[in-house]
Design a protein around this ligand. Structure first.
Ligand SMILES: CC(C)(COP(=O)(O)OP(=O)(O)OC[C@H]1O[C@@H](n2cnc3c(N)ncnc32)[C@H](O)[C@@H]1OP(=O)(O)O)[C@@H](O)C(=O)NCCC(=O)NCCS
Length: 200
């Protein structure tokens, strides 16, 4: 790891002091990387992404909501692709982690204390709530919302637009709102067809 002074900075990007960013990291335009962020070799942080800011963990003050103190940072591994406009919040109690070789597509939000494993594919407009744990080799399709503290096992596949409210076992495909296994989803569709609730 090298200190952030070694980083290639393109148009109007900001890297705060106290980041450890490998010299090979590529950073696009209008990126913000906040103090306490570590980024490994050959990772790409594309335009407009915001890494290491505080999350929406709030406590009630006398007259207003206050953002709680965050003591963790963000650790992004090597060979990671972070596409445009991705937000990764810093950890509230530990670090937020993105594993080696993972790719995260545009406009996704990775919440505080989330751990994403290695070689995952997290598509666009996904929301991973606080403390969510995603295993290795997981595919999350676009528009998925994962509830706070849910765990998604290795090699799981989460279908497009799903709302994941419960843990997902390794190797299983889930889909729907709320998300159920592909088998249950198909069974329900079959029943609905038989009852004439949906068309053939
Ligand atoms: C995981 C996934 C591939 C499973 O899809 P699948 O193999 O078609 O699943 P099934 O065969 O079990 O589909 C059963 C039915 O549910 C529908 N369906 C599939 N995924 C669904 C979802 N995520 N939400 C609601 N309905 C869904 C299918 O259209 C099918 O409808 P039908 O019974 O009227 O034919 C799918 O949910 C998915 O995410 N596809 C999106 C892939 C994509 O476009 N990625 C974008 C990359 S940029």
């Amino acid at each position: 790891m090298r200190r952030s002074v070694e980083v290639r900075i393109l148009l109007n990007s900001t890297i705060e002091p106290g980041c450890d960013i490998h010299e090979s990291v590529k950073i696009g335009d209008y990126v913000v990387i906040k103090t306490g962020t570590r980024i490994g070799a050959n990772t790409l942080i594309n335009d407009l992404s915001h890494i290491g800011g505080v999350s929406f963990s709030l406590s009630r003050g006398k007259d207003a909501w206050r953002v709680k103190k965050h003591s963790g940072g963000v650790i992004i591994g090597k060979n990671v692709t972070i596409n445009n406009s991705v937000t990764i919040h810093r950890g509230f109690s530990g670090d937020t982690i993105v594993g080696d070789g993972t790719a995260i597509n545009a406009s996704t939000i990775v919440g505080h204390d989330v751990h994403v494993g290695r070689r995952c594919q997290i598509n666009s407009h996904v929301f991973l709530s606080g403390h969510v744990k995603v295993g290795d080799d997981v595919v999350i399709e676009p528009g998925v919302v994962v509830q706070h503290r849910v765990k998604i096992g290795d090699k799981a596949h989460v279908g497009i637009g799903s709302l994941v409210m419960k843990d997902v076992a390794s190797g299983v495909t889930v889909m729907g709102r709320p998300a159920v296994t592909q088998f249950e989803f198909r069974q329900t569709r079959k029943k609905q067809r038989e009852l004439g609730i949906i068309g053939a």
